[in-house]
Design a protein around this ligand. Structure first.
Ligand code: S3P
Length: 206
């Protein structure tokens, strides 16, 4: 190779850098119901030309039942055991982007598996954003309570310290989806390149 050629820095795209550093790992989105894990996950996957998988849909397919039906027929514990098994299987299918159900990261065993086989991103949303997105839907059994706002606040208090163990945190808020996707891509790039910039990826309020 000539000296001139070897000195030219070959430009690589941010997306190509991410894919090269990611290897076979999954990019896993964690966080509360209504945080936008599936919406943002699908767009991040498209940006990186990776397959997208939604763990809740996979659980429903594996069980041949909807999530409310599983809760109703077998209870939450049964759902959680199935959820852990399905996520363990999906983590072996990387590289790809995986949106997980809001309670799955609470299980230590699942967090450990995600730590081994994925880069995790917490999409952090506050109560107002969550309520706006979940209020007209009845497909989340945990929110079928007399006071869903109080339920969301209780779940946030229990879960936020655990979600905070994810590798990266991005504030999910009412801005165009592509802005959140840009932030996820930038944070992944910084983190996978070992740059300190990753630690500043928590977005400020709009
Ligand atoms: C749950 C979140 C739901 C689903 C189930 C329980 C939770 O997934 O797994 O209703 O415990 O937070 P989403 O976070 O995708 O809504």
């Amino acid at each position: 190779m000539s000296e001139t050629t070897s000195q030219i820095a070959v430009p690589t795209s941010v997306e190509a850098d991410i894919l090269a550093a990611l290897g076979p790992r999954m990019i896993v989105l964690v966080g509360m119901m209504g945080a936008g894990k599936s919406t943002i996950g699908r767009r991040v996957a498209a940006r990186l030309h990776l397959p997208f998988t939604d763990a809740d849909s996979e659980i429903e397919t594996a069980a041949g039942m909807t999530i409310p039906e599983i809760f109703e027929a077998h209870g939450e514990q049964h759902f959680r055991d199935g959820e852990a098994r399905v996520i363990a299987r999906l983590l072996d299918g990387g590289p790809g982007v995986l949106a997980t159900g809001g309670g799955s990261f609470m299980r230590e065993e699942t967090r450990r598996r995600i730590g081994d086989k994925a880069v995790s991103i917490w999409l952090k949303a506050d109560t107002d954003v969550i309520m706006k997105r979940v209020k007209r839907r009845t497909d989340r059994p945990l929110l079928q309570t007399a006071d869903p706002i109080a339920t969301v606040n209780r779940l946030l208090a229990e879960r936020e310290p655990v979600y905070g163990k994810a590798d990266l945190t991005i504030a999910s808020r009412d801005v165009p989806h592509d802005r959140i996707v840009d932030e996820v891509i930038a944070a992944l790039h910084a983190w996978l390149s070992g740059s300190d910039a990753a630690t500043t990826s928590v977005s400020a309020a709009p």
